[in-house]
Design a protein around this ligand. Sequence first.
Ligand code: PMP
Length: 304
Amino acid sequence: MKTKASSSKTAPQKLIYLNGQLVPEKEAKISVFDHGLLYGDGVFEGIRAYKGRVFRLREHMQRLYHSARAITLDVKMPMEELEQKVLDTLRANKLRDAYVRLVVTRGTGDLGLDPRKCRKPTVFIIANEITLYPESCYKNGLEVITASTRRNSPQALSPNVKSLNYLNNILAKIEANLGGVPEAILLNLEGYIAECTGDNIFYIRGRNLYTPPIAAGALPGITRECVLKLGADLGLSPEEKLFTSYDLYVADEVFLTGTAAEVIPVVKLDSRVIGSGKPGPLTQKLIRAFRDLTSREGVPITPA
Ligand code: PMP
């Protein structure tokens, strides 16, 4: 997923929400002593706005606040207020279709890792245009690989926490880059499929729709949750279960889900053709159903 930086000299600078103020991009600076930077001590969300409405805003805020609570990070702002800041940032940038990155770090401390030295959190919100996978990827499907990098153990850090520690995922992304493919699948320490570097994973066999449980090392994706419901609405039987590469190799259809990627088909895994080698009919139905959902539901950016 790419977002555009305000590169042109004439283009107006993006306004970034930073600790209570909307400031031009160039002035949006944080301390080198911020523990988000020094230790990855913080949490974040990636949120989408479609046609002037923010999709599943409350769900994203709840995940953020749960992530923060799990690491004893006090956001020091009620959830409803931060939700308004997200809407303010979109409004200030006159954005209707956008990707929003909401970040809360432990804040500025000293060089030790003790979070008690960080007296207040750093909160920032970036709202930007989004450049997605090209439409051809949705029509033709993606090729992915299985990374040799394993997903962090869920027993060491709960996959429920969407923390600023993405090095594990980045190492897998590097493997994807080296392999010339856009995404990589991470296995957990037991060898079961967990998720991709920035997306959840599903497969379809017959009328069954499978995705790994959170305990396998999958982020509780908000798109994943929508797709489990949409799948049931389409008459599929959704199930969270542990599975291995074998199940994907012999699946009828495989696809990924995420806020940025939405629902995107996978047609090749580890150089093997999946199913017919083309996006499957049920995946295509789910893509349409998800697009329909995002165009219908969401919190209006402009108050009604
Ligand atoms: N897994 C990981 C590791 C992620 O970072 C994300 C979000 N980019 C997802 C899955 C998908 O979650 P969501 O549908 O909430 O965006």
